[in-house]
Design a protein around this ligand. Sequence first.
Ligand code: ATP
Length: 312
Amino acid sequence: MSRGAASRETRCMAIIEVDGLRKSYAGTPVVDGVGFTVEEGEIFGILGPNGAGKTTTVECIEGLRTPDAGTVRVAGLDPAADRDELTRILGAQLQESQLQPKITVREALELYAAFYRRPADWRVLAERLGLAGDLGTRFGRLSGGRQQRLFIALALIGNPEVVVLDELTTGLDPRARRDTWRLIEDVRAGGVSVVLVTHFMAEAQRLCDRVAVFDCGRVVAIDSPAALIGRADAPTVISFVPSGPVDEDELAMVPDVASVRHEGARLVISGTDTTVSAVLALLARRGITAHELRVTDTTLDEAFLDLTGKDA
Ligand SMILES: Nc1ncnc2c1ncn2[C@@H]1O[C@H](COP(=O)(O)OP(=O)(O)OP(=O)(O)O)[C@@H](O)[C@H]1O
């Protein structure tokens, strides 16, 4: 194989490579040795509590910030040095403040298409993203969900190989969020790699092939959502509404119990399979019936708490 072919093959696998990335503001490190790769065609999630350094990291990938140390490559390009070439490969979601409320959907699509040498056909994009009926509507009059559709369309208008979506569904109602998830899946099905910065565990669990969990400027874990959940100390949750009072001290003594909490009248106990049978046996001994009994796998929320000790 020629060296050119070999390097193309390497590039085929990783669309983004970040290694040893560091960035400080006023001497305070906010990104402190971050490294990960995003494979072509995957939806890669970046999760973490407020201030963990997620946005700073993606801004280095987008060429909006210059790293203090480390390397970032997007399809082999250095974002800080190759901004012009980068715009042909990478699409970034706009922030709301970058669009005038009076601009119509058609005008925004035409304007942004004009920035690229070989833009996507904006009419096709509008159709695909369900915006064809909104072309004459002013941005300020669109619902939050429709505005997000427009931001996705604008991120895709340069025919990018990878898009970075930062907190795309924050502020949307659950229905609009689910619609946006479907759009992101469609984008990936169209061959575009996706980097998704999110606070929502359900979003990461539903969409992402792999997730990097950030904490205090570092990556504390990278894995598939299922594998991260599998790493949790307490992989099983049993919950029920007890028919009478339960001695919680006694419950806490049950084998493998990691936590006992209340959700209204419901008791929620996390632990292992052993916990489930032991809790049921204890209830039977005390003559208590478990109404609305549910046994579920732990979620990414719980796995995240285990990894960072904080809510996202
Ligand atoms: N331009 C800046 N000047 C100084 N400090 C900054 C600047 N931008 C970000 N910070 C600080 O750097 C830290 C990391 O910010 P960053 O936005 O990267 O985190 P984040 O994980 O994206 O957080 P969030 O989820 O709240 O958006 C925060 O403490 C933030 O206040």
